[in-house]
Design a binder for this molecule. Structure first.
Ligand SMILES: [Zn+2]
Length: 459
């Protein structure tokens, strides 16, 4: 492990678990998960009032908005009064810019996290230091529910780039002995490379797997086809839609339960899976409103939520752009947390290369905007219009630089497999579905269905 990697790991550990409120929040969350529904409602209202009061005192946008509509935090006397605030969209946040940031912090000292998700519009969400420790305590709760302990070795198949994966020595993974994490490249899963991934997991004694459902299910199919035995304690998926066939396949391949985790960089709503397979909204994390999409009483709802923990950029009534199917079930686990049947809003097509690799929306957005540094784009859509070709349509914003974007395009093309051609196309608006949603990855090939991926079945 190089000195640079060691320093990075230690600083990640320090920020997430040692210097901030991680342990305090973790102990608190251990207790609050067993509160009654009434106690949770009281707690939520207290946290909601706190964030509104804070925004009123510190965030220029909310000061202006509350003045404009003629109300103050004192007028919030019940959770229903949150309707005094209009729903906030990602486009609104982008247009408001720095006035969304709390004056308590210097922008230079804040952490910027890029969103991608289902809307295809990248946004920088600023986070303060303490909120990172709080956040990590919530994330560990999902690992606790999956019975994966500190010290258990975990492998990740997410959007990170593995150094030297494309160099002649072809290294597809990186192991971090400090964090006990094996990072595997999601960009190089092919029939030829699968044995290397299996060997790495065996070599490091990995007991849990986490990452994007598209990458993990691809890997699961390859393991099943090879009859490779890789038993795990748990698999944790996030960031993309996990369909029932994908979950069943993953569970079969790794002989363990699959825990799907829903969240976003905006940090307003978390949904975790308990060991009874129920997806629970985490009520101490934010105030979540489920707004029926198809009229009152319908099951499909838009997720609009207010996060409780990020002081740097409080988001009140933020429209996540995601759709869930709600449930009135009570879960056998004994928690009074609300239950969701499924998260449907993140379903998207995947890009498939002729050699059998596949990339979901999270990877494509991460690659273009975080890894390759594209910026000042309002909307993006990746369209697979031939087996070996994709068109990336984009809508520039006012600060767009053609030269900077061309450089990012070149890097993006270099990172993708060489058997797929890419063209970029500037458009006035990307295509919407009939309900007005953007599908950031649009696969127009007739054989493309998420449950029947031929890529690795012939291994
Ligand atoms: Zn439960």
């Amino acid at each position: 492990m190089s000195v640079k990697s060691l320093t990075t790991s230690v600083s990640h550990l320090a920020v997430k678990r040692i210097l901030g409120p991680f342990w305090k929040r973790r102990r608190w969350l251990d207790k609050t998960q067993w509160l009654s529904a009434d106690e949770l409602a009281d707690l939520q209202f207290k946290l909601l009032k706190r964030v509104i009061h804070y925004a009123e005192r510190n965030v220029p946008y909310y000061q202006c908005l509350m003045q404009h509509y003629g109300f103050s935090s004192e007028d919030i006397r019940s959770p229903g009064d949150i309707h005094l605030f209009p729903i906030l969209t990602k486009k609104d946040v982008m247009e408001v810019g720095d006035d969304m940031i709390s004056r308590e912090f210097s922008k230079k000292l804040l952490h910027c996290a890029h969103t991608g998700g289902t809307t295809g519009m990248p946004l920088c969400v600023y986070r303060n230091f303490a909120s990172i420790g709080d956040e990590h305590a919530f994330v560990r709760r999902q690992w606790d529910w999956a019975q994966v302990r500190f010290g258990d070795r975990c492998a990740y198949l997410r959007g990170g780039i593995i150094k030297n994966a494309d160099a002649p020595q072809r290294r597809f993974y990186r192991y971090d002995p400090i964090l006990k994490e094996l990072h595997l490249s999601s960009y190089h899963l092919t029939p030829e490379t699968i044995p290397v991934y299996i060997q790495a997991i065996e070599k490091y004694g990995v007991v849990a797997l986490a990452g994007y459902p598209s990458a993990i299910s691809c890997f699961a199919r390859a393991c099943l086809a090879r009859k490779a035995s890789l038993p795990m304690k748990a698999v944790l998926t996030s960031s993309e839609a996990l369909t029932a066939p994908m979950s069943e396949e993953i569970s079969r391949a790794f002989a363990c339960p699959v825990y799907d985790f829903y969240g976003s960089a905006e940090r307003v709503c978390y949904i975790f899976t308990c060991r009874h397979g129920c997806r629970h909204i985490q009520p101490e994390y934010g105030y979540t409103e489920l707004i029926p999409v198809d009229g009152p009483g319908a099951g499909r709802c838009r997720v609009v939520a207010t996060g409780f923990w990020n002081k740097a950029m409080p988001l009140i009534r933020y429209d996540t752009g995601d759709v869930v199917v709600k449930s009135n079930r009570l879960c056998a686990c004994g928690r009074a947390f609300p239950v969701i049947e499924e998260v449907t809003g993140r379903e998207g097509d995947v890009i498939r290369t002729p050699s059998g690799e596949e990339f979901g929306v999270t990877i494509m957005i991460h690659l273009l905007y975080v890894v390759c540094g594209a910026a000042n784009v309002l909307e993006t859509q990746f369209i697979q219009d031939a087996l070996d070709h994709i068109t990336v349509e984009y809508v520039p914003d006012t600060a767009f630089s053609a030269d900077a974007f061309a450089a990012a395009q070149a890097r993006f093309i270099r990172h993708l497999p060489s058997d797929i051609r890419v063209d970029f196309k500037r458009v006035r608006a990307v295509q919407r579905t009939s309900s007005g949603k953007i599908r950031p990855v649009l696969n127009l090939l007739p054989t493309a269905t998420p449950e029947r991926v031929p890529c690795l079945e012939a291994v």
